[in-house]
Design a protein around this ligand. Structure first.
Ligand SMILES: [Cu+2]
Length: 137
């Protein structure tokens, strides 16, 4: 009679009730030597959010005399790649003076945006072809 009780308790502890049964006898308060949250957490506080949005590479095909999309927003540091898919020659001419030069079909032009701001551009040959890159900091 006295033997049956501890055997039953052990069986239960090993199966369903393991978590609650082990709580009192669980290892003491320093179980995780691998990561030290205090170190990482405190040194990284007060400077806003995480590191700013990750720079991306975005593609803007030039198709049917349009930039697709005509308006694009990217985080600072991003690169935009225009791919010319029309038979007609096009350009990407920014208001700030940065120009792609003539782009024939199949040509690509890329620009990396290192400062936040708004960067409108047009096609030299087709002034109604307009686009805009918005760079967020
Ligand atoms: Cu054009």
């Amino acid at each position: 009679m006295r033997i049956a009780i501890p055997v039953a308790a052990a069986a239960i502890a090993l199966s369903a009730c393991a978590a609650s049964e082990q709580a009192p006898s669980a290892p003491t308060t320093t179980p995780a030597p691998q990561s030290t949250p205090a170190q990482q957490g405190s040194s990284h506080h007060g400077s806003g959010h995480h590191d700013s949005a990750t720079a991306e590479t975005k593609r803007v095909p030039i198709v049917d005399f349009t930039f697709q999309p005509a308006s694009l927003t990217v985080p600072v540091g991003s690169t935009v790649v225009w791919t010319q898919r029309d038979q007609s020659t096009h350009t990407v001419d920014f208001d700030d003076g940065t120009k792609s030069g003539d782009m024939a079909k199949g040509d690509t032009y890329r620009r990396t945006f290192t400062k936040p701001g708004t960067y409108p551009y047009i096609c030299f040959y087709h002034p109604d072809m307009t686009g805009k890159i918005t760079v967020t900091g």
